[in-house]
Design a protein around this ligand. Structure first.
Ligand SMILES: [Zn+2]
Length: 211
């Protein structure tokens, strides 16, 4: 069976297809089309991250951008092969595992996230910044480190450009230090896209929920 494509897959996952078309799509997934299976897993991950705080609905631009990022990240034969785009996947979220009693290594207010993209690991720590008593808006100190697997030196993680993007605008940017570390002080809570430029690779964290 021909692959119905990504748009159709998203319609299916959003429950927008009629019963007959849904059955076709379900059968296609069962047939093991790797592109569609990857797309489904990715979309479910984005949704679950975006919905992990059920008091906050992700703004629509988060999902729209995320879908665009994913489509751009898919290999295209016509695209020049110089810049490779990688979408980072979340492999650990300290808030998602409140049941890990006894394994608590962090201050109770810290939020730790670990992402992976290809050979790169991105470790993020969020701590609530000192709040101004006159302001209700929370802000967070975001610190982190980028590491590359199977590399003993830090050459390929030093001096990388990082940006926090909100609604198509870069709101914070920085450069990693000599061991791949970075910090964004006083970031306003909310959804961001984080983009890391590592030479010929651009790594994207599609929906980073800072809370
Ligand atoms: Zn397919």
């Amino acid at each position: 069976m021909d692959c119905p494509g990504f748009e159709r897959l998203i319609d299916y996952l959003d429950g927008l297809l009629d019963a007959a078309s849904s059955e076709v799509m379900a059968a296609h997934l069962d047939s093991g089309c790797s592109e569609c299976v990857t797309g489904r897993d990715w979309y479910e991950m984005v949704i679950s991250i975006a919905a992990s705080d059920d008091t906050v609905e992700p703004p629509p631009w988060v999902l729209k951008r995320a879908i665009r990022i994913f489509e751009n990240a898919r290999p295209q034969e016509s695209a020049p092969a110089r810049i490779r785009r990688l979408v980072a996947s979340l492999i650990f979220d300290s808030l998602a595992r409140p049941s890990m009693a006894g394994a608590r290594l962090m201050e109770p207010d810290d939020h730790q996230l670990l992402y992976r993209a290809g050979d790169y690991h991105i470790d993020l720590q969020l701590a609530q910044a000192r709040k101004c008593i006159h302001s209700a808006d929370a802000s967070f100190d975001l610190t982190g480190q980028i590491l590359k697997e199977s590399e003993y030196a830090f050459e390929s993680v030093a001096g990388l450009r990082l940006a926090l993007i909100r609604d198509d605008e870069t709101v914070h940017s920085t450069i990693t230090n000599e061991i791949g570390g970075f910090s964004f002080p006083a970031v306003e809570g909310g959804f961001y896209e984080m983009r890391i430029e590592a030479g010929e690779i651009t790594i994207t964290i599609a929906a980073l929920n800072i809370l």
